[in-house]
Each structure stands twice: as structure tokens, then as C-alpha cells.
Design a protein around this ligand. Structure first.
Ligand SMILES: Cc1ncc(COP(=O)(O)O)c(C=O)c1O
Length: 397
């Protein structure tokens, strides 16, 4: 296979060429130029670790926090670095645990991410609380069905609602503004925005959720290990990381300094994926006319075409309206045979991988068949979806 790769061309990305990369959503992808910029930070650290940690690290973490604040529409005071969205969710649950009592409820939806569900279960089991699952429908015709299902599941024992911004298995953009408006302040909301940044525009201060955790190593194309937790100002003094370190007895003034001291240094680590964020936002945001807005629109338009092509090839209906799609989309597969159990790889996914397609096929417990989730980023072109459709037509006709 040749000629794969959109703007920037295949060599600009670290991705192996010759494969159809259709699963940006799971782990992102990086540009060679970003890896080089990251390497600069790694080498600064390794050139003089002592000087780096005691003199350079703090200003670098802060500089990235400020640039990120502009990107996500948030006062940098509420932004803390975390290694990934899993850690962001875990931090909020660790922070809330002392306030939970037996019989309390943590609300989530049937579209949540498995690792996140396990954190909720773990916390609930420790305190005798219960995880309540709102059955948001799928296929779905209207975003109002999301808000209705979530609010219908709230009780006077609901202490936290964990709601995805863009869901993982079903790849839906939830109406997060309406959800937050309908729950806060009575029910604190933690938005799982693992897929938010770089896929949909963000204004976190305006959104007003108690917490929002987002990955930067997915749709922003930062190197792995770049994510954030955003905490609303009135929740900052109760929010701690899942790991306690030097920040706990650091000499600080006020809740924001304490919050930063707690999150910014969690032990010796590779800080390069966070430090390089200003470069990432500039480099990736400069690849497309219209900057980040242009990039998101380009990817959105491509995935709408892509999902139509693939759905038509397998003969299934589109499970959601176009306006509930960001830059990834799940396609319903008609074949209910050979289903893997949750967490297992689908045999179809393995077959496609052997033929050069990196695409995720998974079982989602609420849907009796498998879902194929497609992604669109700048290295994808319409041919990626037509090639996949040709392959699937053979299998499903
Ligand atoms: C909705 C959702 N939440 C959380 C995560 C976890 O992200 P990470 O593995 O970067 O912690 C993912 C990963 O795909 C996800 O899709």
C-alpha cells in the first residue's frame, strides 16, 4: 500500500506507513517534529538532572499550564497535570472517598469506559456505596435522550455523576453543557473528557463542571503521558492526586498553590510530554488552515463520510445523528457470531490487523452485536475508509 497519509504526509507522523491507521481514538499518534521537541526536554533533564528538577522543571510545568489554559478555556489555577485520564478520574475518587457513606450512589452511564467504571466500583465497594448506571439509549436519535436518561437516574443519594464528553465504545458527543446544567450544583459532575480536547472545542470555566479530566495524548497528538485534571475553584481545596508526595507538606500560600504543589510533582518521572505542550499546540494547530477549529472541522467532515461509506458496506443504519459525532464514529456490525467477552479482542479486529488495518472492533454490553469504531485525524484520507469498506463488503455480503 502506498500513498497513505493526509496533510503532513505519512513520514511526518511516527506511524508505520503502509497500514491504514483508523484507531486514532485509542492512543493518538505523534508527529516526528513533536517527538524531536520532546526529546529536547528529555535531554535537558538528562544533561543535568539536579539543575533541571530544582531550577527548570517548575517554570516549564507552569508555562505549559498557562498555554493549556488558553486552549481549554480555563483559568490555569484549576489545571493540574496528570499522566492520563485514568489518573485524573482516580484522583477525584480518592478526593471524594472520605465524604462518601454507605448507601450513597455514584452515577455513571452505560457508555462509560471500562477502566473508569472499575475505579468507581472500587471506591463504591470500599465505602459501601453503589454505582448506578443510567441507560442512555443506543442507537440514539437526539442528544436530549442523554440528559433525560441521566437526570432520571439521579436520587437524593447521588453524590457524584461521572459523564463522558465523547464516549468511548459508542463514540457519541454527549450534550455535556446541558448535562452539567441539569445536575450541578446539587450533584457534582466529573466529566470524563478523555476524548474531548482536540476533538471538540472546550470552554471549561464556562462549562462549570466540578471536575473535567482530559487527555492530550489522544486528539491533541501530544506524546503519551500528557493529560490534565481541571478543578472548579470551589472544589480546589478538597482535590488531591491519587498519589501523595512532597506537595503535602510543602510551604505554600492558599489552596491553589497547595493544589499545584500536590499535583505537579508526584515523584521522579519523565516530564517531557507535559513540558512540550506549548510546542504541540502550536505545531499541530498549525497543520490545517483555520488552526484547531479548522482541524476539528476537517476531521469531523472526514469521519461523517467515512462512517457512511463503512456502514453502507456492512448494510447497517447509522446509530446517531451527524451532530452527535466528533472525529470518531462507531459503526454497527451485523455479525453477532464469535463475540469476544468485554475486554477481549474481536477475532475480526485481529483479521483486519493482519491485512493492514488498525481499527478497533469491540463488544459493548448494551448492544447485541459488535461495534467498529472509526477515527479520523490529519493522516487519514477518504481512501482509508473505502479500502476498509471494500474489505468488509467481502466479509458481510
Ligand atoms: C472515555 C475514556 N475515558 C478514559 C480513558 C482512559 O484514558 P487513558 O488510558 O489515557 O488513561 C479512555 C481511553 O481510551 C476513554 O476512552
Amino acid at each position: 500500500m502506498t500513498g497513505i497519509g493526509g496533510e503532513g504526509g505519512p513520514r511526518a507522523w511516527a506511524l508505520e506507513s503502509g497500514r491504514r491507521q483508523l484507531n486514532h481514538g485509542s492512543f493518538g499518534a505523534v508527529l516526528e517534529e513533536v517527538l524531536q521537541a520532546q526529546d529536547h526536554w528529555r535531554r535537558r533533564f538528562e544533561a543535568d538532572p539536579t539543575r533541571f528538577v530544582f531550577e527548570d522543571l517548575h517554570p516549564a510545568v507552569d508555562a505549559a499550564r498557562h498555554v493549556l489554559g488558553e486552549f481549554v478555556g480555563a483559568d490555569p489555577a484549576g489545571l493540574a497535570p496528570v499522566r492520563n485520564a485514568t489518573t485524573g478520574v482516580a484522583s477525584v475518587l480518592v478526593s471524594l472517598e472520605p465524604f462518601l457513606e454507605p448507601g450513597d450512589q455514584i452515577l455513571t452511564t452505560a457508555h462509560d469506559y471500562n477502566a473508569v467504571r472499575q475505579i468507581l466500583r472500587f471506591t463504591a465497594e470500599r465505602v459501601g456505596a453503589e454505582v448506578v448506571v443510567a441507560r442512555v439509549p443506543f442507537p440514539i436519535g437526539d442528544p436530549a435522550e442523554v440528559t433525560a436518561a441521566i437526570t432520571a437516574a439521579v436520587t437524593d443519594r447521588t453524590r457524584l455523576a461521572v459523564v463522558d464528553h465523547v464516549t468511548s465504545p459508542t463514540a457519541l458527543v454527549f450534550p455535556i453543557e446541558a448535562v452539567v446544567r441539569s445536575l450541578e450544583p446539587e450533584v457534582p459532575v466529573l466529566v470524563d473528557g478523555a476524548h474531548g480536547p482536540g476533538q471538540v472545542p472546550l470552554s471549561l470555566d464556562e462549562l462549570g463542571a466540578s471536575w473535567y479530566t482530559g487527555n492530550l495524548h489522544k486528539w491533541v497528538c501530544a506524546p503519551k503521558g500528557a493529560a490534565f485534571l481541571h478543578t472548579r475553584s470551589d472544589r480546589i481545596d478538597m482535590t488531591v492526586p491519587a498519589i501523595i508526595s512532597h506537595g503535602y507538606n510543602a510551604e505554600v500560600q492558599g489552596a491553589v498553590e497547595r493544589y499545584h504543589a500536590l499535583f505537579d510533582w508526584l515523584g521522579t518521572d519523565d516530564f517531557s510530554s507535559w513540558a512540550v505542550l506549548p510546542d504541540v499546540l502550536r505545531i499541530v494547530g498549525g497543520l490545517q488552515p483555520g488552526g484547531w477549529e479548522g482541524l476539528m472541522k476537517r476531521n469531523h467532515d472526514l469521519i461523517l463520510d467515512g462512517r457512511r461509506i463503512v456502514s453502507a458496506a456492512v448494510g447497517t443504519e447509522l446509530p446517531a445523528p451527524d451532530h452527535m459525532i466528533g472525529s470518531m464514529a462507531s459503526v454497527l456490525l451485523p455479525d453477532a457470531s464469535g463475540l469476544p467477552t468485554r475486554g477481549d479482542l474481536s477475532p475480526l479486529m485481529g483479521e483486519l490487523s493482519q491485512e493492514g488495518f488498525s481499527v478497533i472492533v469491540q463488544l459493548w454490553p448494551q448492544w447485541p452485536h459488535q461495534l467498529m469504531r472509526l477515527s479520523a485525524h490529519l493522516y487519514n484520507t477518504p481512501e482509508d475508509y473505502t479500502a476498509l469498506a471494500d474489505r468488509l463488503r467481502l466479509r458481510f455480503s
